[in-house]
Ligand binder design. Structure first.
Ligand SMILES: [Zn+2]
Length: 193
């Protein structure tokens, strides 16, 4: 039987693999209350990590994303395909958002959660706002190019007509290690996100 996002909410925290709870990070870089990572978010991040690992086969930076729908099901998946498709907009988030809209038959995703292994860039943060995504769960922060709390905070910019709830640092160690290993072996440690 397929496990859904909602069902995974019912998982006893004690049974969640250590990797899922070790990064009990707060709703990172926000002024809000300290919140532990939800088991469902850790579970969905595992799916995003699977997508990220697949990107390596095409020489793409390992970033993966999934969109979770209102009923807790996985609506779509995406991974970085910039190298695979020679598309500068081929980031995991954009791929996943497009697939979600295609599947749901609507551009407005205001009842969806996007889960991604790396803090979205300016383009993807903008896409999240345009798609009216309700909630963003991210893995590793990107201090150099992140636009959801690091360099910029596009998704919570009060000048825009929509703001996204951000939960950061979910399984951050695993997400970050995947990227670190990729850059060590592919790009002499120099990221070009
Ligand atoms: Zn991006």
């Amino acid at each position: 039987m397929r496990t859904t996002y909602r069902q995974s909410h019912q998982v006893d925290v004690a049974k969640v693999p250590a990797a899922g709870v070790c990064c009990v990070i707060m709703a990172g870089m926000t002024d809000g209350p300290r919140r532990a990572v939800q088991p469902a978010d850790a579970w969905a991040m595992g799916l995003a990590l699977d997508e990220a690992r697949r990107a390596v086969a095409t020489g793409d930076v390992p970033v993966g994303a999934v969109v979770i729908g209102p009923d807790g099901d996985v609506v779509s998946r995406g991974r970085n395909v910039r190298e695979a498709t020679d598309d500068p907009t081929g980031h995991a988030e954009v791929v996943a958002l497009r697939a979600a809209s295609d599947r749901l038959g609507r551009w407005r995703l205001d009842d969806c959660t996007l889960v991604v292994t790396l803090e979205p860039c300016l383009m993807c943060a903008g896409a999240l706002v345009l798609a009216r995504v309700a909630r963003l769960v991210l893995g590793a922060w990107d201090p150099k190019a992140g636009a959801c709390g690091s360099q910029w905070d596009v998704v919570r910019d009060r000048r825009l007509n929509h703001r996204v709830e951000v939960v950061g640092g979910v399984r951050a160690d695993e997400c970050g290690l995947l990227l670190q290993r990729f850059f060590e072996t592919h790009r002499d440690g120099v990221p070009h996100l």
